[in-house]
Design a protein around this ligand. Structure first.
Ligand code: GLN
Length: 479
């Protein structure tokens, strides 16, 4: 069985028809990762003992005649800001280099209960702050299509692992585009669920009003299966919602094209890709309509005020006392020295920049001018979507202004890096579900060409609409 041809359904069929065991496939993935990941750097750590014991359990269940869940034995890669009990978890930060998770994130607990297998923890930008994994405290993940380019970020490790066939699918997290943008750069599917659809319990918090865990997969169908498995109300996350996802009928939906997203600034390849996606969708008899989201131009500014404000609050807990100690700190030092040493050497530049910016916008005298104002504009951005969704069911946009950029191209210019997030941030600010889907099927990818994704944004808790259109799109281009 070729690893690269596996989807969740194909794996499941192969498993129950005894074409292979879960153990064999897990081992095959590890053998391949050992060969391939030295050039990609998608994984921070492999979780072999855990993976083999999970795979064995599936094989024993099958041998005992138990009915297996569709996810039983499925080898997954997990972003390193999602807790797996007893496994080291760093969020790619040196400050957590010695931390081991004391419990399972709810998404992990659910996947475990279905029998999924976790191959390892993937690289990311430190605490999910970034768009290229270049802010990782440990290494930069390379794009499987061109090793001189970034895999995107912050979930670049998860996207690259799936794209390079080093995992069947993965979990990432998305605060301002971190699932969708790397998915687009790596030619895979990435879904950011509606805010509240998936529990954030056990996700290391970046900006709590924006963060969501979601799947990264080779196909829309796989993303849908994983989403269904992790969605739902959780007593440990008060913002989670009781929600049963069912795949809808995507036939009669109307798609909006927001003119603000197409008014210049798009790279040629991306523009061509988005045009191709629209033509393909038109051939599915989906209707299009131009719409307006007039406050789009404020989205980046609003995000880069609200997000750092929440970051500064969430990162206050890393004081060198809780969550493990760094090696340059000892119990003999004064508390003040411990704080300074820990935070000074444990956090990278980007994390410090955001913690400082966030503290500033929340400080007395500036709170109203920046933070309160940004919250008001956030409401206007949300209202734009409410209005648009009176006319259309789904909104189509680019994911990123360009295909994957070169490693080093933007890392010294934070503003340049931030501006690229323009198309993904609005869905987080408004709490909407959004998916990135590759324009072309992997097999039709011309050598040397970089993948481009298009984005579908849906109404709150209407994942079925964007996944439904996505599945029809996929059937068309894989036909
Ligand atoms: N690129 C965005 C940022 O740097 C998004 C990050 C994310 O979604 N975690 O904040």
């Amino acid at each position: 069985m070729e690893l690269k041809n596996l989807t969740i359904k194909k794996f499941h069929e192969g498993l129950i028809n005894k074409q292979f065991s879960a153990f064999e496939i897990t081992k095959a993935f590890f053998d391949y990762i050992e060969k391939k990941d030295s050039e990609i750097d998608a994984y921070l750590r492999l979780t072999k003992d855990l993976a083999f014991s999970q795979a064995n359990k599936t094989d024993v269940d099958l041998a005992n005649g138990k009915e297996l869940d569709i996810l039983a034995g499925i080898p997954l890669a997990i972003k390193d800001n999602i807790l797996i009990e007893d496994e080291p978890t760093t969020a790619a930060s040196k400050i957590l280099a010695n931390y081991r998770a004391s419990y399972d994130a709810t998404a992990i607990k659910k996947l475990k209960s279905f029998g999924a297998v976790f191959l390892g923890k993937t690289n990311m930008d430190e605490f999910a702050m970034g768009a290229s994994t270049e802010n990782s405290g440990f290494k930069t993940t390379k794009n499987p299509y061109d090793l001189e380019r970034v895999a995107g970020g912050s979930s670049g490790g998860s996207a690259a692992a799936v794209a390079a066939d080093m995992a069947l699918a993965a979990l990432g997290s998305d605060t301002g585009g971190s699932i969708r943008q790397p998915a687009s750069f790596c030619g895979v599917v990435g879904l950011k669920p509606t805010y509240g659809a998936v529990s954030r319990h056990g996700l290391i918090a970046m900006a709590s009003s924006l963060d969501q865990i979601g799947p990264i997969a080779k196909t829309v169908e796989d993303a849908a299966i994983l989403f269904q498995a992790i969605a739902g109300k959780d007593e440990f996350d008060a913002t989670s919602v009781n929600y049963e996802y069912k795949l809808g009928n995507a036939k009669k939906l109307k798609i909006g094209l927001p003119k603000e997203y197409f008014s210049g600034g798009l790279d040629k390849e991306t523009e061509k890709g988005i045009e191709e996606a629209i033509q393909n969708l038109k051939s599915l008899e989906l209707e299009f309509k131009e719409i307006s989201l007039p406050h789009t131009k404020y989205a980046v500014s609003v995000y880069y005020i609200i997000m750092p404000a929440e970051v500064s609050a969430n990162l206050a807990r890393y004081d060198g006392i809780r969550y493990s100690q760094m090696s340059n700190v000892s119990g003999q030092m004064s508390l003040r020295d411990i704080y300074f040493k820990t935070r000074g050497s444990g956090f990278g530049d980007e994390v410090k920049r955001r913690a400082i910016l966030g503290t500033f916008v929340l400080s007395h005298g500036y709170y109203d001018a920046y933070y309160t104002k940004a919250q008001k504009v956030r409401q206007l951005i949300k209202k734009d979507f409410d209005e648009a969704f009176k006319e259309v069911d789904v909104i189509l946009t680019p994911v990123y202004p360009t295909p994957a950029f070169k490693i080093g191209e933007k890392v010294d210019d934070p503003l340049k890096m931030y501006l690229g997030d323009i198309f993904t941030i609005p869905a987080n600010l408004a709490g909407l579900p959004a998916i990135s889907i590759p324009v072309k099927s992997k097999k039709s990818e011309v050598k040397g060409e970089l993948p481009v994704g298009f984005q579908l944004i849906g109404k709150p808790f209407h994942e079925a609409d964007i996944l439904g259109i996505g599945q029809r799109y996929e059937q068309l281009i894989y036909a």
